[in-house]
Design a protein around this ligand. Structure first.
Ligand SMILES: [Ca+2]
Ligand SMILES: [Ca+2]
Length: 423
């Protein structure tokens, strides 16, 4: 893959491990990860509240859509944009201590107007096609819209690029847990009934768990609060602090492009967690990372490096032979880079590296190794591998000379694997 948000110095680890307790059952490596304080790659969703009070903000965003996209493109080489919009559920609700008509006919809870694309003319056309609806009561279904950013597969987020939601709005969300006297900015705004539109069942959306999920899924949410409703700005800054993103009062006119570019760029300096993960679950217990992750990172431009000590500990029951798996490095839930691991596992036999012992043992299996010469019995064969697991040759009955110094692996026709060092 192309390195984007971080890169490992050594993309391939090769080692051998003798399984079991009496032999050395571990191998230790150090992995260095370089993390730039900029984004090479990003997906950006523009999201618009289309309720009645948003007319000025929408026309301003429509007039400046090209400038906003051009400015972000100048900062991030590989960037795609998409569009979503909403007003509110077109229904009356009476639940968790609040009752109101949320929206009327013509209102809607969520629409994906344009999945993520490189084609900025399509994105601009989608933004220009939006028009103002109604929205009923003051609060709107922002929780539902942000929930869809996590759950609508048609958006098309890439796994290895930074993810942004830029949300133009001017009010506060419906959510039963928004009324929480133990927290600041407690409001009683009723239920967000979720996709089924029915209050009081399991798909209702809660606000604070949603913020946590946005954070753990690496979706950075930047709220552009209408310049006419800035008294909601402190609440949004408090809430979005939970997602490691921000809320800001919208600047009207062409300056909005620079404002957004600056906000997006500044988020590249902070990382919630930088974490290695073994991709293949079956190998997760073989690998220990020290530290397990880094957290609360503030990068110093242009980049910082982070080291992980990787310990491979092979269980006694592991099959002998070559084991191939991957270590993925995640920068706030975005796959930043990967490492290929080729681990050769041997039976736990003391003095296995002793050439005489190897010779005796191999002799039983139809293969004899003497220095750089491999003798294979008639009717038998042995496969010769390089340390990274590539099969170099199949050695049939007869005498074979290994060319070049280094480590080779020989797999006999009975499946036994032995390490050969040619000096
Ligand atoms: Ca409403
Ligand atoms: Ca529901």
């Amino acid at each position: 893959m192309v390195w984007t948000l971080a890169w490992v110095v050594a993309p391939v680890i090769v080692d051998t491990v003798y399984k079991g307790d009496t032999c050395l059952g571990t191998a230790v490596h150090t992995s260095t990860l370089g993390v730039p304080a900029t984004y090479a790659c990003a997906d950006v969703m523009f999201v618009f509240d289309l309720t009645g009070s948003m007319g000025v903000e929408l026309s301003d965003a429509q007039a400046n859509a090209n400038a906003i996209m051009d400015s972000l493109k100048s900062s991030i080489a590989d960037i795609r944009f998409g569009v979503a919009s909403h007003s509110d559920y077109p229904a009356f609700y009476d639940y968790c201590g609040y009752s109101a008509t949320y929206g009327s006919s013509g209102d809607f809870a969520y629409a994906l107007d344009r999945p993520l694309t490189y084609d900025t003319s399509l994105v601009r056309a989608s933004i220009n096609s939006l028009y103002i609806r109604y929205g009923g009561d003051g609060p709107e279904d922002y929780a539902r819209v942000l929930w869809e950013m996590l759950n609508d597969p048609s958006i098309g987020w890439r796994t290895s690029c930074a993810r942004f939601v830029l949300f133009w709005l001017d009010n506060i969300p419906h959510a039963c847990d928004l009324y929480s006297p133990s927290r600041p900015y407690s409001y009683n705004t009723g239920v967000d009934p979720g996709r089924d539109g029915i209050a009081g069942n399991s798909d209702d959306i809660l606000w604070y768990p949603l913020l946590r999920d946005l954070r753990t899924n690496g979706i950075k949410t930047i709220i552009l609060v209408s310049a006419s409703y800035t008294y909601f700005l402190p609440a949004w800054q408090y809430w979005m602090g939970d997602t490691l993103a921000d809320g800001i009062a919208t600047v009207r006119g062409s300056a909005i492009a620079r404002q957004i570019d600056s906000l997006v760029g500044s988020t590249a300096l902070t990382i919630d967690t930088l974490r290695p993960v073994v991709r293949e679950a079956a190998y997760a217990s073989w690998v220990t990372f020290t530290p397990p992750y880094y957290t609360g990172i503030t990068l110093s431009p242009p980049e910082d490096t982070f080291n992980f000590t990787i310990t491979f500990n092979v269980p006694p029951a592991a099959p002998t032979g070559l084991h191939t798996f991957h270590i993925d490095y995640y920068r706030d839930a975005v796959l930043a880079d990967s490492q290929l691991v080729n681990l050769w596992v041997f039976d736990c036999t003391l003095s296995y590296d002793d050439p005489i012992s190897i010779k005796e043992r191999l002799k039983e299996e139809g293969v004899v190794i003497m220095g750089n010469v491999v003798l294979v019995s008639d009717g038998q064969y042995a496969d010769l591998y390089s340390p990274d697991g590539k099969r170099i040759a199949r050695l049939k009955g007869g005498r074979h000379e290994l060319k070049g110094k280094g480590i080779f692996f020989v797999r006999g026709s009975n499946g036994k694997i032995l390490k050969v060092m040619v000096r």
